[in-house]
Design a binder for this molecule. Structure first.
Ligand SMILES: Nc1nc2c(ncn2[C@@H]2O[C@H](COP(=O)(O)OP(=O)(O)OP(=O)(O)O)[C@@H](O)[C@H]2O)c(=O)[nH]1
Ligand SMILES: [Mg+2]
Length: 234
């Protein structure tokens, strides 16, 4: 691939400790999942280049994983102050992690990042729907009201992960990008048949030993069969 035609895009993942930020990145970049993922101290970097066929453009996602523990919040600010995309993650089984998005993370990003930053909310651990504490419709409505892309994800079974990154990448290239039912008809983008985004597997991580290949996905996405969900609101 011609490096000159690749658009760089800085993404930062934010949210409380243990919501699955590191795991989402691990799944997306390396297609691995570690059930014993260690808490992140500081931050780490990985990248992945994808080709978005509908725009005939390639994006290099420069992905920053941050530490969710409260004592790292000042440090974390460094990573979202010049990001193009912020993915705010919560754990659907822990109500307080969603409240912290509403009460802390969203405002922090709005107040400290570029005006045009794209914000997405990842409702992670969707495989644990049986012990869900956060009402999905409430979260979806919240996202819609604040103009954030919303996806349910599971780093464990891969559900929603590719789709999440593809949606934020599309929005980065095309501010009018819209996904599924929440858009005006003229803005709808049919992503269902457009899954050949040609992930080049040009991925690499630096300085992060959390990314070891401890658990290979069995490609079983059937765990998350509770409900067929819409993917996001923009
Ligand atoms: N069941 C399930 N477990 C998950 C999922 N994502 C992450 N986990 C688990 O949740 C725990 C925390 O995951 P991490 O990815 O380390 O969380 P984090 O947000 O990076 O946490 P900090 O680095 O402390 O901020 C680990 O035991 C993961 O294996 C998921 O989608 N489903
Ligand atoms: Mg982490």
């Amino acid at each position: 691939m011609n490096e000159e035609n690749i658009i760089n895009c800085k993404i930062v993942l934010l949210g409380e400790t243990s919501v699955g930020k590191t795991s989402i990145i691990s799944r997306y970049v390396h297609n691995t999942f570690d059930p014993n993922s260690l808490t992140t101290t500081g931050a780490s970097y990985a990248y992945k280049i994808i080709y978005l066929e509908q725009y005939n453009k390639s994006i290099k996602f420069e992905i920053w994983d941050t530490a969710g523990q409260e004592r790292y919040r000042a440090l974390t600010k460094i990573f979202y102050k010049n990001a193009s995309i912020a993915i705010l993650c919560y754990d659907i089984t822990k109500l307080d992690t969603f409240y912290e998005i509403k009460n802390y993370w969203f405002n922090q990003v709005k107040d400290n990042s570029p005006n045009d930053i794209i914000i997405a909310i990842a409702a992670n651990k969707s495989d644990l729907y049986e012990i869900e504490q956060v009402n999905e419709e409430e979260a979806r409505n919240y996202a819609k009201n604040v103009g954030a892309i919303f996806f349910t994800t599971s780093a464990m079974n891969s559900s929603g992960i590719e789709e999440l990154f593809k949606a934020v990448g599309s929005k980065f290239i095309d501010p009018n990008f819209c996904y599924e039912d929440d858009c005006d008809d003229d803005k709808k983008v049919n992503n269902q048949n457009n899954n050949n985004e040609n992930n080049d597997n040009n991925s690499q991580n630096e300085n992060d030993n959390n990314y070891n290949n401890n658990f290979k996905l069995s490609n079983d996405k059937n765990i998350n069969l509770k409900k067929k969900k819409k993917c996001c609101n923009i």
